[in-house]
Design a protein around this ligand. Structure first.
Ligand code: NAP
Length: 315
């Protein structure tokens, strides 16, 4: 029998694409239920309409994976911790940074594990980039994260609402790679938030960062361009030039790394496999991970960002 029983809360796109199949393959976990407001059923396990029904029916449950949109997660996480259940959180963990701190404190008081996952960090090419940048100064770093919102988020109205993050919903994946690979801390200097006139959240954003790792401080050479209006080929790319002239191209969402044009890592994505392996280890050690850094970069972009209106967006 698997050491840990787990339930998934919110049976949407990411739960169906990744969490459920990956849990099914991991010998450390046994899926014992799902919570679905719509009542979706998943092969052979009971469906509960609310989390309260889940905890009442399965009092020995070990863990939940919360896969809802971020704006409802704080109440769900507290409810889980009150029920004595460990919590895995999809990215981005919450709509506000204080909610993350609160859940960390709450989990510690309840002696339960909380794990903020940033799936893009679980790529071999990301780890290789981190190693190669350690101790280096950077001449430039350019993130290009451009995708077609109609293709990847059809009908997902919550992403445009306050607390839905807009283009930072995918953009935070790039930022989670950034905080993982930077040889020194990185900070937001300025941001431009391009927002459709009929939406609360941006459809595109340009961010300039600063860091003590910059080879030429103050020149604005650490940048990110996010855009949800990209048709045709999609871009989830990093180009980094170190002070000694080495060029690193980390592409395909962090799964491929080329150094001076030579591919050094190209591995099929196994992000969620890595997340659940790590979760099992954290549960074994009763250890929480509350990595706020990617989330704080988004919050800071909203704090210092200048909003610019653009055409209304119609899905
Ligand atoms: P989604 O398809 O809209 O699914 C979210 C699910 O959460 C819904 O299907 C619904 O499931 C449940 N839900 C929605 N509103 C709720 C509410 N008010 N209260 C409780 N449950 C609610 O969204 P998604 O794409 O899976 O994204 C969910 C999270 O995963 C987001 O934070 C996103 O950033 C992250 N993520 C998404 C992807 C992706 O490729 N889509 C990739 C990585 C991470 P039920 O009807 O079953 O209750």
């Amino acid at each position: 029998m698997a050491p840990y029983t787990i339930a998934v809360i919110g049976v949407g796109k990411i739960a169906q694409d990744q969490h459920l199949p990956v849990i099914g393959k991991n010998p450390d976990f046994q899926l014992v239920g799902v919570v679905s407001g719509r009542g979706l059923s998943v092969g052979g396990v009971p469906t509960f309409r609310t989390a309260a029904e889940l905890y009442a029916a399965l009092p020995d449950l070990d863990a939940v994976a919360i896969c809802t949109p971020p704006n409802v997660r704080h109440a769900l996480a507290r409810e889980a911790l009150d029920a004595g259940v460990h919590v895995l959180l999809e990215k981005p963990p919450f709509p506000t940074t204080r909610e993350l701190v609160d859940i960390g404190d709450y989990a510690a008081r309840k002696d339960r594990v909380v794990f903020t996952t940033w799936h893009s960090q679980y790529n071999a090419a990301v780890e290789e980039t981190r190693k190669r940048l350690a101790g280096q100064k950077l001449k430039s770093l350019a993130i290009t994260w451009k995708e077609d919102v109609r293709r990847w988020h059809p009908g997902q109205e919550w992403i445009w609402e306050v607390g839905g993050f807009g283009v930072f919903d995918p953009g935070i994946n790039a930022l989670s790679i950034l905080t993982a690979i930077m040889p020194q801390p990185i900070f937001v200097k300025s941001a431009r938030l391009v927002t459709p006139s009929n939406k609360a959240m941006p459809i595109a954003a340009d961010v300039v960062f600063w860091s003590d790792a910059e080879a030429e401080p103050g020149t604005g050479q650490l940048t990110a361009a996010f855009d949800w209006r990209q048709e045709g080929p999609q871009s989830w790319d990093y180009r980094i030039e170190t002070a000694d002239g080495t060029v690193l191209d980390l592409t395909l969402g962090g799964s491929k790394l080329a150094v001076d044009g030579t591919v050094v890592v190209e591995a099929p994505s196994a992000e969620y496999e890595g997340i659940y392996e790590r979760f099992a280890g954290l549960l074994g050690r009763r250890e929480s991970v509350l990595d706020a850094a990617p989330f704080q970069l988004v919050a800071d972009a909203f704090m210092v960002g200048r909003r610019e209106d653009t055409d209304a967006f119609v899905d």
